[in-house]
Ligand binder design. Structure first.
Ligand code: SAH
Ligand code: SF4
Ligand code: F3S
Length: 454
C-alpha cells in the first residue's frame, strides 16, 4: 500500500467548519471527524460564513471551558438565521456530559460524543431527511478509530498528534474525563506505527503520542495472548520508525510511569527528553482526597529517578489550587513541592466543581473565590520565577532544535523546540521548516531561549 496522508479536499464540495477546544486529544479527534466527513463528500472551510455544517469539538474540564461554548452557540444562532439548512453540531466532552440539554435552545441540531464520530454521516443524512435534531452519546469499550487516517489540521506539517489510547480508568475525584471519555482502551500498536510511518513519509518530523495516562497503554494480541505491548515497548517501536523522527508523548501518571519507560527514553536520541508529570498538589491529604494514587514522597522519588537516568530531562506539571478543604498549609505544601522539583513550566488552574464527579457529590467546594485566586496567583508567580531559573540553567549550552517556523515576536527570526520542549528563537540562516539546527543559548526570558547559530 502506498503511504500517503489524506489531503484536505475542496472543489465544489459542501463545506464543514470545525472549531476545537480543550486538549490535544480533541485536536486529533477533529482530524478524525474531518476524515469521516470528507468520505461523506464534505470539504473543510475556515470561513464559517460559507459552511453548511458548523461543528464545535468541546471540552468540559472546567466550568469556564463550557461557558465559552455556550457563548459560541449563541453566535452560531446568527449563522442559522442567515442561511437555511445550516447544521450546528456539538461534538466531544460537553456533548457527552450535557447530552440533550444542548438541544434545548433550538440552535444545536447534532450532538455527538467522543465515541460517536462514525455515526456522523448517518446522523447528518437523518437531520436533512427528517428536519429533526440527532444525538448519539453512547460510549464504547473498544472504539479507537484505529484505521481512520486523520486529515491533519496542523498549520506547518511538522508535528503530528497520534492518539494511542482513549478514555481513562482513573477516578480522580475532581475530574469529568472518565465520564465524558469512557473506559480506557489501547489502540492496536501496528496501526500506531503505520500512522507514524505515514506522517514521516509525508515530511512530518515529530509525532506526539497521546493518552490521558500513557503509562497504562497495554495491548494484547487478540489471536495470541502471549503477545502483549506495553507503553515502553510501544515507545521503542515508534522510535525505530526513523532516527530522524522525534517522538514525544503525554500525559504520564506519577504512580504508573515505569523505570522501563524512563530507560527507553534514555536509549533513543529521538525520544524527546521531556516528561509532563501532573502533580496536582503537594499535600498528601489533598492528593488522597483527589484520589491520586501517589503521595508526595512517591512523586519526588519518581522525579529523582528521571533525573538520575536522564539528567537533562524537561519536567513539567499541572497544579490545581483551592481544591475542597485545602488549608493554607496544604497550599504551602504545593509551593514547597514545586520549588523542590523546580519545574520547567506548568499549567495551573483554580479548582472548578464539576457536577457528577465524586468531589462534587462528597465534598463541599468551600474555598472562597478570592482565596482560590490568591493561591493560584501565588503558584503562577512562583512558577514564573522557576521557569526563568530553569531557562538560565540552559545559558551557554548547545542544543538541537526542530525548526517550526518564523518567530511570533520577530518574523525575521525562526523558532523551534529543543528536545526538552523549551522554545528557542534564533536567526534565520536560510533554514527551512522541519530542519534540525544546532543553536547556542545566549540569553533568555522565562518563556524563551534566545539563541545564536553554531
Ligand atoms: N490525564 C491527565 C490530565 C487531564 S486534564 C492527568 O491525569 O494528569 C488536564 C488537567 O486539568 C489536569 O491535570 C488538572 O490539573 C486539570 N483539571 C482537571 N479537572 C479539573 C477541575 N475540576 N478543576 C480544575 N482543574 C482541573
Ligand atoms: Fe482525569 Fe485523573 Fe484520568 Fe487524568 S488520570 S483524565 S485527571 S481522571
Ligand atoms: Fe477537555 Fe475532554 Fe480533553 S474534558 S481536556 S476535551 S478529554
Amino acid at each position: 500500500m502506498k503511504l500517503g496522508i489524506r489531503p484536505i479536499l475542496d472543489a465544489g464540495r459542501p463545506k464543514v467548519y470545525i472549531e476545537t477546544y480543550g486538549c490535544q486529544m480533541n485536536v486529533n479527534d477533529s482530524e478524525v471527524i474531518l476524515s469521516i466527513l470528507q468520505d461523506e463528500g464534505y470539504a473543510l472551510t475556515e470561513n464559517i460564513e460559507e459552511a453548511s455544517i458548523i461543528l464545535a469539538n468541546t471540552c468540559s474540564i472546567r466550568d469556564n471551558a463550557e461557558q465559552r461554548i455556550w457563548g459560541r452557540i449563541e453566535q452560531f444562532r446568527l449563522q442559522k438565521r442567515k442561511r437555511d439548512g445550516v447544521i450546528i453540531g456539538i461534538m466531544g466532552c460537553m456533548a457527552e456530559r450535557l447530552k440533550d440539554k444542548l438541544l434545548e435552545g433550538k440552535v444545536v441540531d447534532l450532538v455527538a460524543g467522543p465515541d460517536s464520530y462514525r455515526n456522523l454521516p448517518e446522523m447528518i443524512r437523518e437531520i436533512k431527511a427528517k428536519q429533526e435534531p440527532q444525538m448519539h452519546v453512547q460510549l464504547s469499550k473498544d472504539e479507537t478509530y484505529a484505521e481512520i487516517s486523520p486529515v491533519r489540521l496542523d498549520k506547518n506539517g511538522i508535528s503530528a498528534f497520534i492518539s494511542i489510547m482513549r478514555g481513562c480508568n482513573n477516578c480522580c475525584s475532581y475530574c469529568v474525563v472518565p465520564y465524558t471519555r469512557g473506559p480506557e482502551r489501547s489502540r492496536d500498536p501496528f496501526s500506531i506505527v503505520r500512522e507514524a510511518e505515514e506522517v514521516y513519509a509525508n515530511g512530518y518530523k515529530e509525532v506526539n503520542l497521546l493518552g490521558q495516562n500513557v503509562d497504562k497503554y497495554f495491548w494484547k494480541d487478540p489471536e495470541d495472548a502471549d503477545h502483549t505491548v506495553n507503553f515502553a515497548q510501544l515507545l521503542e517501536m515508534v522510535a525505530k520508525v526513523d532516527p530522524g523522527m522525534r517522538v514525544r508523548f503525554s500525559t504520564s501518571y506519577p504512580s504508573d510511569i515505569s523505570d522501563e519507560v524512563i530507560e527507553t527514553m534514555a536509549r533513543y536520541d529521538n525520544i524527546c527528553k521531556h516528561i509532563h508529570l501532573p502533580v496536582q498538589s503537594g499535600s498528601d491529604y489533598m492528593l488522597e482526597k483527589m484520589r491520586r494514587k501517589y503521595n508526595r514522597e512517591w512523586y519526588l522519588n519518581r522525579v529523582d529517578k528521571i533525573r538520575e537516568v536522564i539528567p537533562d530531562c524537561g519536567i513539567t506539571t499541572d497544579v490545581i489550587a483551592g481544591f475542597c478543604g485545602e488549608t493554607e498549609q496544604d497550599h504551602k505544601d504545593t509551593l514547597s513541592l514545586m520549588e523542590q522539583v523546580g519545574y520547567d513550566s506548568a499549567f495551573m488552574f483554580a479548582y472548578s466543581n464539576r457536577p457528577g464527579t465524586l468531589a462534587s457529590r462528597k465534598y463541599e467546594d468551600d474555598i472562597p473565590y478570592e482565596v482560590k485566586t490568591a493561591r493560584l496567583n501565588e503558584i503562577i508567580a512562583l512558577q514564573n520565577r522557576m521557569s526563568l531559573k530553569s531557562n538560565e540553567r540552559e545559558l551557554g549550552k548547545i542544543v538541537e532544535v526542530l525548526v517550526e517556523g518564523p518567530s511570533k515576536r520577530n518574523p525575521e527570526q525562526l523558532c523551534g523546540r529543543a528536545s526538552n520542549n523549551k522554545m528557542c528563537v534564533f536567526p534565520n540562516g536560510g533554514h527551512k521548516v522541519g530542519d534540525y539546527v544546532m543553536v547556542k543559548v545566549e540569553s533568555c526570558t522565562s518563556a524563551t531561549l534566545i539563541c545564536s547559530l553554531v
